[in-house]
Design a protein. Structure first.
Ligand SMILES: Cc1cc2nc3c(=O)[nH]c(=O)nc-3n(C[C@H](O)[C@H](O)[C@H](O)COP(=O)(O)O)c2cc1C
Length: 246
């Protein structure tokens, strides 16, 4: 009885339905490039997504992010040109047997999505108080990525697709968007309503890559350390709920 009471006091978990909803957002989130529909995105929804992003963890509570909302079609076409050029430059870096597949992949939805958002990291925002960044100055960039992930998961819960475009020359992007020297464009996102979310990552269904076995990525005590057999068996026995195995 006493033990049950102690367990009850320490149980801060969500109720089952809420827990399932969190995992659902995680497991069914997709990078979307091909399934945007021509529907505007309501500002009240966008506001919720931005608020979710703004509640991400950040080093020293620095909140280094800013959000550039890009709606203008001409500007987006210019971003698309930067993408096309970057893609041409990336192509020869692929091994020859992968170039045809690379060419066939759709890797952005810049003009088809309702709007684009560039999430930047202001590297000087907490100058003079580098809590957590004295040894690891890059933590501000990692914090900004946390904001991107919050945005992405909240978007999935709202039924909104997000596609991250990184095949971009960031110097050209900075110039186009008037981003000052101290800010880094961490993520360029295509955002909008979609006809549906695929069960599997595009790059998986197109044969580019597949999900690595999680148990092979778990180590014990030090890098490469063997062990944790029980944990590895436990993860091998799991399937993301609600997803069909391919
Ligand atoms: C930092 C980052 C950059 C990415 N850049 C691109 C990109 O330029 N073009 C693209 O099509 N997908 C891009 N993606 C999406 C990945 O290809 C995608 O996340 C991965 O294939 C797994 O698919 P999923 O997100 O649907 O689970 C990027 C993702 C991340 C996290």
């Amino acid at each position: 009885m006493a033990r049950n009471a102690a367990q009850a006091i320490c149980d801060n978990s969500f109720e089952a339905a809420a827990r399932a909803a969190v995992y659902r957002a995680i497991f069914t989130r997709r990078d979307v490039r091909s399934h945007f529909v021509p529907e505007p995105l309501n500002d009240s929804v966008l506001a919720r997504l931005l608020l979710a992003a703004h509640h991400a963890p950040s080093v020293g509570y620095m909140q280094p992010w800013k959000f550039i909302i890009i709606r203008d079609e001409e500007r987006r076409r210019a971003v698309c040109e930067i993408f096309v050029k970057a893609r041409q430059q990336e192509l020869p870096q692929m091994s020859e047997d992968r170039q045809a597949l690379y060419r066939s992949l759709k890797l952005q939805g810049i003009c088809e999505s309702a709007l684009n958002i560039c999430i930047t990291c202001d590297r000087r925002r907490a100058e003079g108080s580098p809590l957590g960044r004295w040894h690891n100055p890059e933590m501000d960039l990692y914090s900004t990525v946390c904001a991107v992930q919050n945005f992405w998961l909240a978007a999935r819960a709202e039924g909104i697709g997000v596609g991250w475009v990184s095949i971009i020359d960031s110097r050209a992007l900075k110039q186009l968007l008037d981003i000052p020297d101290q800010a880094v464009p961490v993520a360029y996102l295509c955002v909008g309503r979609v006809s549906g979310f695929q069960d599997r990552p595009d790059l998986e269904s197109k044969g580019w890559a597949s999900r690595l076995p999680l148990s092979e990525l778990i180590m014990s005590e030090s890098f490469g350390g063997a062990g944790e057999g029980e944990l590895k068996s436990a993860v091998d026995g799991l399937t993301p709920p609600g997803l069909q195995t391919p």
